[in-house]
Design a protein around this ligand. Structure first.
Ligand code: IDP
Ligand code: MG
Length: 139
């Protein structure tokens, strides 16, 4: 079933000039970009986006990381896009990520892990609408 997911190329990966490699991986996996936006998050933007993690001990550190430089926010569309993107990303901790995954290739540690991907249909709906009005999705 074709569905949509939200991906973010995080500040660490943008600084490493990995935008092109990461988008190429999405395309090769038949995850088609239907919206792309490069932006610098404000603190309130990232706190709202990661509100589900508010109680986690790493919340403040995560927010500081996510405002540390520009990010690329994308909507990806394809069959089983949510699960497929999670597989392409690899485990949260790059040290535990499988070979061939984005986090294995570009992640540094459990916090600086190169990419975000929605983890459920509910999260994808919230996350896509957080950044893109419906009319900006070209797929
Ligand atoms: P996910 O990105 O694989 O879905 P989540 O558990 O949703 O992982 O965590 C959101 C983000 O918070 C991670 O991608 C990572 O950047 C950061 N993070 C997760 N766990 C830790 C931790 O134990 N220490 C520091 N940062 C963490
Ligand atoms: Mg998550």
């Amino acid at each position: 079933m074709s569905e949509r997911t939200l991906a973010i190329i995080k500040p660490d990966a943008v600084k490493k000039h990995a935008i092109g490699d990461i988008i190429a991986r999405y395309e090769k996996a038949s995850l088609k970009p239907v919206a792309i936006r490069m932006m610098q998050f404000s603190k309130s933007t990232v706190e709202g986006f990661y509100a589900v993690h508010k109680a986690r001990p790493f919340f403040d550190s995560l927010c500081t990381f996510m405002v540390s430089g520009p990010v690329v926010v994308l909507v990806l569309q394809g069959d089983n896009a949510i699960k497929k993107n999670r597989e392409l990303m690899g485990a949260t901790d790059p040290a535990k990520a499988e070979a061939g995954t984005i986090r294995k290739a570009h992640g540094t540690n459990i916090e600086f892990n190169a990419v975000h991907g929605s983890d459920s249909p509910e999260a994808a709906t919230f996350e896509i609408s957080y950044f893109f009005p419906q009319m900006e999705l070209v797929g």
